[in-house]
Design a protein around this ligand. Sequence first.
Ligand code: CA
Ligand code: CA
Ligand code: CA
Length: 533
Amino acid sequence: MVAMFALASEAPAQSFCPAYTASPVYRARVRQVSANPTNWIARIEGAQSGDEILLADGTYSLNQYAVQITEPITVRGASGNRAAVRIQGQGYGVASEGFMIHSPGVTIADLTMTAIRNHAISIKGESGAEAPQVYNVDLHDIGTQHIKGTPGDGVADGLVACSRLSYSATGVRGDYINAIDIHRGVNWIVRDNQIDNIWGDGTGCEVDVSCGTYLSGGGPAILFWNNSSGTVIERNRIVDSFMGIAVGYGTPHPGGAIRNNFVFRSQASRPGARGVVTGDLGIHVRGGSSTAVDHNTVILAGSYPGAVEVWQSQNVASRNNLISLPVWDRGGNSGLVLQGNKTNGTVADLAAPFDPHLAPGSTAVDFASTVALASVPADIDGDARPLGSRPDAGCDEWKACAARPVNLRFFTLSPCRLVDTRQSPGPWGAPALVSGQSRSFDLNQSCGVPATAKALSLNVTVTGPTGSGYVTLGAGGCPVPATSSLNFAAGGTRANNAIATLAADGSGNLLAFAFATGNGTVHLILDVNGYFE
Ligand SMILES: [Ca+2]
Ligand SMILES: [Ca+2]
Ligand SMILES: [Ca+2]
């Protein structure tokens, strides 16, 4: 059968996450050193200042407490495909940390870490860590905080970007959890990360000890406290986590900005070991001064009153947010500025559940009271604000989509593979689609598809899904429609024919949006057999 795939989420106007080596944050090093699963620890612990340790694709067993990094070096996957360099701990039963950073100027990039009891990346301010970079890593099922920063005299200028921090559906143990927990961080940037399912099991344990000690549900997915300052947290997508973003947390937090983030919780509560665990804060500023909370979308199921909450703070501004409840002034504030917030947001304001983009009919589009903010000139996609008559409320500036083309002629092509995410990383290869995210592909550059093609006749295959769910295809630059999709069950392979409309701008851009339970992944294969123009 032919399904008329409706359109998925907007194409990013620009990519904030190029390959690490092509990114503006790339740190050129003095010497490159290759490493493999048998010599990696010796190479890293024996590195010289300025080494770039390149890990070959493979599985790396971590069979000691941690890997100590004491020089300014980079450790990264050589291929750039983070899924292909997999550091595997010994599980939650063995005390361990992944990388322990004791030096200024350390970079960790392009790799995956999982099954480590304590932390995946431990940044030790008290032994000299400064300006750590974490880029394009996948930290999955880590017993406590995935990234932990301990204080010393403060750790300045950290970066966590373009990474995925998550638990699987059964990966949480205890409540001593955060995705990122930084003490005394100074001027950090946390951007463009996907954070899923940071929601504790209600035992109050630190993994499996000290039970009853910790708050049922855990801590904020992103937490900067104990006298942190100047934190910029932007364009992160935090889905189905117990708490979203917190700064200060009862200690002073001068400066900083929380902007263009998407915090979405589809469940009000979950059953826990000591009773129901009700979802908590979306964005929290306690002890802030001149901290900005602008253009975030926070849609929380349930009735927890703090989609955005401000407490004991001075001159905090919370503007142009799309939130499911009014900003909660918890008291002790002075100079609190509230402007342009749409405070009755629901999932209906979104193009699709779990998608940060606005539905075309949402009143958040050109919301009547938004104010121009020079400090937030673009949205989560990089779209310049404003489009239309005024800035939209929330993290997305809605971009109109061209009408579906009509009166097209069909031309056949010999069947040809355009996309296979099981292959090497690249524009038409790995990585797999990640639940809750769109990936975009330019599809008029091979297989004889001309630049003038307006739509493609495709055979769409999904394979290897780690959960059950669906994939939706749509034209780049277009809002998500609420219609058809290719559904799949965990582990299954499904195929279907589809006519997929391409972006109206001639880029040939197509988007693929995936949802898979357990914050899963799924491979996508697209074979073309004809086009319309
Ligand atoms: Ca320091
Ligand atoms: Ca607008
Ligand atoms: Ca947009």
